[in-house]
Design a protein around this ligand. Structure first.
Ligand code: NAD
Length: 368
């Protein structure tokens, strides 16, 4: 069930194509700060409720990053691994045309799970407006998310949190949930900085190796065999077991609701950086806060992607993008950590306090 409150959602567009037998939904949560901005996710399980929660997360994320965007998100309910390339392209074209009424004045799309620069090219061409989405390939003037903006931001979130905790990145062990766009780049930058990555999961399972996992070898294994579980010399566990790994830090970079309240007592992490969106409920975050686990919320930690989208939207380049991601993420993580400490509130409450204030200042139809 979608929940409505004093901020939105303002619009929900539901579409169905009987021939393709596919449903899609676009939720524009709040447009006080600009057109709703948020990616399109293509998974077997995505539904209106998940999309509306993600759209709300985008409202806060864009406000926190001080971008001229409101919050929105889209979902197409289909398992893209089970359909042909041609069918996937046809679905993206149909979805794009279905949203012609709202792009780009009320909604600017982008990639999310199982969507990438190729799909963004199809999306932009199908509705005829190059400004209708970001994350497009370079030949269309885009800054593809495949450059690793989100993973780069997750890396800077982790570094800033470690600095706050007076910890040296070179002495930390890390588990990463997901080895897609976000997980790969978070792994790359953190291992280059000297951290030891001891576990990585994907949809098929988790690989654990106490001595550390080599980035290049893992990338090769994933490309050649389709899964991280074929990495040699590691112990293979179920994918959910990533939450029980004995490591200092967990980086989430895949599914929503990964961590349930039942998991908390078994968890050993001191820091959780939410690279994925809504990896746990706010209630679970508060339980972790009371246990002394520091959580960097998704609306701060994974804003690298939308900051990159903003640079593309205003016609900037790759170099400007990496600079802005580092600046904004470092500043914002530091800000919420300090506010949380001063006010004795958890990091989510600290972030929401700032975001709500910014939206309310501009919103004529909202109520607190
Ligand atoms: P992706 O499609 O590139 O990769 C998803 C990864 O998750 C794959 O490795 C897949 O195998 C893995 N996975 C799927 N089910 C899993 C499971 N049950 N356990 C462990 N791994 C599983 O997706 P992405 O772009 O990396 O996005 C990951 C998360 O980060 C999503 O929550 C997304 O909303 C969020 N995010 C992405 C961006 C971005 O720029 N791509 C920006 C902000 C937030």
């Amino acid at each position: 069930m979608v929940e409505f409150d004093g901020f939105g959602p303002e619009k929900i567009i539901k579409v169905y194509n009987p021939k393709l037998d596919v449903k899609g939904v676009c939720v524009i949560d709040n447009s006080a700060l600009g057109p709703g901005k948020g990616g399109i996710r293509m998974t077997e399980t995505v539904n209106e409720e998940e999309v509306s929660r993600l759209a709300r997360a985008m409202t806060w994320k864009n406000a926190l990053a001080e971008l001229p965007f409101g919050g929105a998100k889209s979902g197409i309910t289909v398992d893209s691994k089970k359909i042909s390339r041609e069918k996937k392209d046809e679905i993206v074209k149909w979805f794009s045309k279905s949203l012609k009424i709202v792009v780009p004045s009320l909604y600017v799309a982008g990639p999310d799970m199982y969507m990438a620069e190729g799909e963004m090219e199809i999306f932009a061409k199908a509705n005829g407006d190059i400004k209708s989405c970001t994350g497009k390939p370079k030949h269309l003037g885009g800054i593809p998310h495949e450059l690793g903006s989100t993973g780069f931001g997750v890396y800077h979130s982790t570094l800033t949190a470690l600095k706050f905790l007076n910890k040296d990145v070179k002495k930390t062990t890390i588990a990463i949930e997901g080895f897609g766009n976000v997980g790969i780049f978070a792994f790359k930058f953190l291992s280059e900085a000297g951290a030891r990555i001891v576990a990585v999961s994907d949809s098929k399972g988790t690989v654990y190796r106490k001595e550390g996992i080599d980035f290049n070898e893992l990338e090769e294994v994933k490309q050649e065999t389709g899964s991280v579980i074929n990495y040699k010399g590691g112990k293979i566990l179920k994918n959910h077991e990533i939450v029980n790994i004995d490591a200092d830090i967990l980086i989430t970079a895949a599914i929503p609701d990964l961590i349930k309240s039942d998991d908390v007592n078994k968890m050993k992490f001191k820091l959780i950086v939410e690279g994925s969106n809504i990896p746990m409920s706010e209630e679970t975050e508060r339980i972790l806060y009371k246990k002394g686990v520091l959580v960097i919320p998704d609306i701060i930690a994974n804003a690298g992607g939308v900051i990159s989208s903003y640079v593309e939207y205003k016609g900037g380049n790759e170099k400007e993008m990496f600079k802005l991601v580092e600046e904004k993420i470092t500043k914002n993580v530091k800000h919420i950590l300090e506010l949380s400490k001063e006010e004795k509130i958890d990091t989510r409450d600290a972030a929401l306090r700032i975001a709500k204030k910014r939206v309310l200042e501009k919103c004529k139809i909202c109520r607190a």
